[in-house]
Design a protein around this ligand. Structure first.
Ligand code: PEP
Ligand code: MN
Length: 270
């Protein structure tokens, strides 16, 4: 791949070109201290974007539902403190305006990928969108959802492989690594990998991230928390600060090869 036929820019951060984009942050925004510490730490290690849910889709109605509007304000504060661009989920049509007022990029979650009304409203904001693959969605269905966003005016869609449901229970989902290359070819859009939701296990995040780099993904979105065992959501798949630092270090030789491959393909295409 030279890079994508339809690269995406998020306020100066380019997906689908010569840069591998790392998005990192907690599953959910929990407090000012938690999001600011995490943002500073991941920015110091070269992450370009901050993730963190303010509105959280949860499997159980009794789980932490997110801080809502207050969470958005904390994300904006973290952006001011670090310069990181912010991606955060929008779950409902009625939230689109509020979330778009703060986020640099809107996240459409796995559970919402089939919600055409939400896709249309997100597309109409004019903000770039991170579209997560539905947990039981085929690659054609993901490509169609991306097309719907674009038809509604979305200036840039980045697709995210976050694992699909299969028969095994050893991991939370199954990372469909081949879908990364396939979706890049089918859609021409940048495709990133979420190794955290794909595996559900912190110890598998680094190995799956290496696979994502090797296949030529355009970036990663990784859950990082100052104290994973105390996280209000997804603690088991969240990396601690030292674990994130180790992973970034481990990825360096693989990223060097990634950059060479992109640069060579780019030079050949000219
Ligand atoms: C998330 O990224 O926090 C999330 C809820 O992911 P998904 O929609 O892929 O389950
Ligand atoms: Mn999560």
């Amino acid at each position: 791949m030279v890079g994508s036929r339809m690269p995406v820019e998020v306020n100066g951060i380019g997906f689908g070109g010569q840069d591998f984009v790392v998005i990192a942050g907690p599953c959910a925004v929990e407090s000012e201290d938690q999001i600011l510490r995490t943002a500073r730490f991941v920015a110091g290690l070269g992450a370009q974007m901050l993730r963190g849910g303010a509105f959280k889709p949860r499997t159980s109605p009794y789980s932490f539902q997110g801080l809502g509007a207050e969470g958005l304000e904390l994300l904006a504060a973290a952006r001011r403190a670090t310069g990181l661009r912010v991606v955060t989920e929008v779950m409902a049509t009625g939230q689109v305006e509020t979330v778009a007022a703060v986020a640099d990029m809107l996240q459409i979650g796995s559970r919402s990928m089939h919600n055409d009304e939400l896709l249309a409203a997100a597309g109409e904001t004019g903000k770039p969108v991170l579209l997560k693959r539905g947990m039981t969605a085929t690659v054609e269905e993901v490509a169609d959802a991306a097309e719907l966003l674009r038809a509604r005016g979305c200036p840039g869609v980045v697709i995210c492989e976050r694992g699909i449901r299969t028969f095994g229970a050893a991991t939370r989902n199954t990372c469909d690594i081949a879908a990364v290359a396939l979706l890049q070819k089918m859609t021409g859009l940048p495709v990133i990998v979420d190794p955290s939701h794909a595996t559900g296990r912190a110890d598998l995040v680094a190995p799956v991230s290496k696979a994502a780099v090797a296949i030529g993904a355009d970036g990663l979105i990784v859950e990082v928390h100052p104290e994973p065992p105390a996280a209000l959501s997804d603690g088991r798949q969240s990396l601690s600060f030292p674990e994130f630092r180790d992973m970034v270090e481990e990825l360096q030789p693989h990223l060097a090869t990634w950059r060479e491959t992109r640069a060579r393909a780019h030079a050949l295409a000219r």
